[in-house]
Design a protein around this ligand. Structure first.
Ligand SMILES: Cc1cc2nc3c(=O)[nH]c(=O)nc-3n(C[C@H](O)[C@H](O)[C@H](O)COP(=O)(O)OP(=O)(O)OC[C@H]3O[C@@H](n4cnc5c(N)ncnc54)[C@H](O)[C@@H]3O)c2cc1C
Length: 376
């Protein structure tokens, strides 16, 4: 590219921020527009597993000191994954030796997002809900914000997550479908808590054989800059029928109401697991409907593209949605920073991103089927 293009990114989530870091590092003009009013609006406390692809993408996108900050505020590395019955009978345990301290294997979502925001204060604009876009007479892209105001650039990247406003306008035929699973999600502060040894490390899947599955994973910070305490992530998954709660009720429940549901649904589980649910932070529970994107055909490349969940939403069962969004950021940044015309750079990115994203959705759905021993 001969002139410095202005890149607009809708969404300061994990993929959008990694992309902004890489483009800023490469000297491009970047503006990120995020609907959250402030960087600290959300406090969802998820633990996110970062795999080898995510590590490579973060190293490629972030300045070395920001990568070090993200790693130093990530979770202590664990090298084990296990599966148990709800009576804590072992189904399988797998160790992953050779995970060194320079790698990131797990992060707290909010802490990770704070790390990715490092140095981007002037590029990220909070309180800007992108409502859509239009292509101007000169072929540029103009976005407008629900709160008022607008911005114009040479490329718009929709990194605005599962409900993407950019995707709705760009690919109105693209759908995400309900995979028939609901997730009740919370956490248990580790200080002083009694945790059975079987779920105290790495990631553990517990299944009761009747359609309920639970994931447990501790996050022990190497160092926590915001004073977030170490915690055990708790997820309970089942179909709405298994939960016996219609969506109107599930999504209207208070955090404590969701905690009560989790306690009730696990009432016949091993006493040590019941104790984990009993001790959990009642205010931390949130409901999630699990969705997956349907494969879409490629399109004619132009001044709008998509990244991450905005184009390939996937169930969390593979633990790869964020890693794939980070890979998208790495691929798109590499193409945009190469000396090629912008539309060719976007085309090259989409040729890699689309098959990779949709293959990863398929793999995550297969993993969901294995975890529940049935096709979702
Ligand atoms: C329960 C659960 C557990 C998970 N665990 C893992 C895991 O262990 N490993 C893993 O790799 N993945 C995991 N994932 C998936 C991962 O969270 C997502 O794939 C990842 O966050 C996608 O990144 P993104 O940047 O595409 O979207 P997001 O991180 O969702 O960011 C989208 C951003 O866009 C903003 N936005 C939305 N609409 C607008 C708008 N109109 N205008 C402006 N801004 C807007 C949002 O506020 C948000 O900040 C999990 C997901 C869930 C639900």
């Amino acid at each position: 590219m001969t002139t410095t293009p202005r890149i607009l990114i809708a969404g300061a989530g994990l993929g959008g921020l990694a992309l902004a870091q890489a483009l800023r590092r490469g000297g491009l003009d970047v503006a990120v527009h995020e609907q959250d009013p402030t960087p600290r609006t959300r406090g969802q406390g998820y633990r996110i597993h970062i795999d080898a692809n995510g590590n490579a993408a973060l190293r490629a996108c972030l300045p070395a000191e920001t990568f070090d900050l993200v790693r130093d505020t990530s979770g202590v590395n664990d090298d084990v994954m296990g599966a148990y019955t709800h009576h804590l009978e072992q189904v399988m345990v797998q160790h992953f030796p050779g995970i060194t301290d320079d790698l990131i294997t797990n992060v707290d979502r909010d802490t990770f997002r704070q790390g990715l925001l490092t140095g981007l204060d002037d590029a990220v604009h909070f309180g800007h809900t992108v409502t859509g876009y239009r292509i101007t007479a000169s072929g540029r892209v103009r976005v407008e914000f629900a709160e008022g105001g607008a911005d114009e650039g040479d490329l718009l990247v929709g990194a605005d997550g599962v409900g993407s406003a950019v995707r709705r306008k760009f690919l109105p035929h693209a759908e995400t479908r309900d995979v028939g699973l609901r997730c009740v999600y919370g956490r248990l502060p580790l200080a002083g808590a009694a945790i059975p040894a079987e779920i105290a490390h790495g990631f553990t899947w517990v299944s009761d054989g009747t359609g309920h599955g639970a994931g447990f994973a501790p996050l022990r910070f190497r160092s926590s800059p915001h004073g977030v305490p170490d915690y055990l992530m708790i997820t309970l998954l089942a179909s709405p029928e298994r939960f016996g709660v219609p969506d109107e009720d599930l999504f209207a429940r208070s955090p404590e109401g969701l905690w009560e549901l989790a306690v009730k649904e696990t009432a016949t589980w091993h006493p040590d697991l019941r104790e984990v649910f009993a001790q959990a932070d009642r205010e931390s529970f949130i409901p999630i409907a699990i969705r997956a994107g349907r494969r879409v055909q490629g399109w004619r490349p132009g001044p709008v593209t998509l990244l991450g969940d905005a184009v390939h939403t996937m169930p969390p069962t593979g633990g790869v949605g964020a890693n794939t969004a980070l890979q998208d950021a790495e691929t798109l940044a590499a193409e945009l920073l190469a000396e090629t015309p912008l539309v060719e750079a976007v085309a090259a990115y989409e040729r890699v991103m689309l098959p990779r994203g949709f293959d990863t959705i398929d793999a995550s759905l297969q993993m969901a089927a294995r975890l529940f021993d049935e096709a979702p």
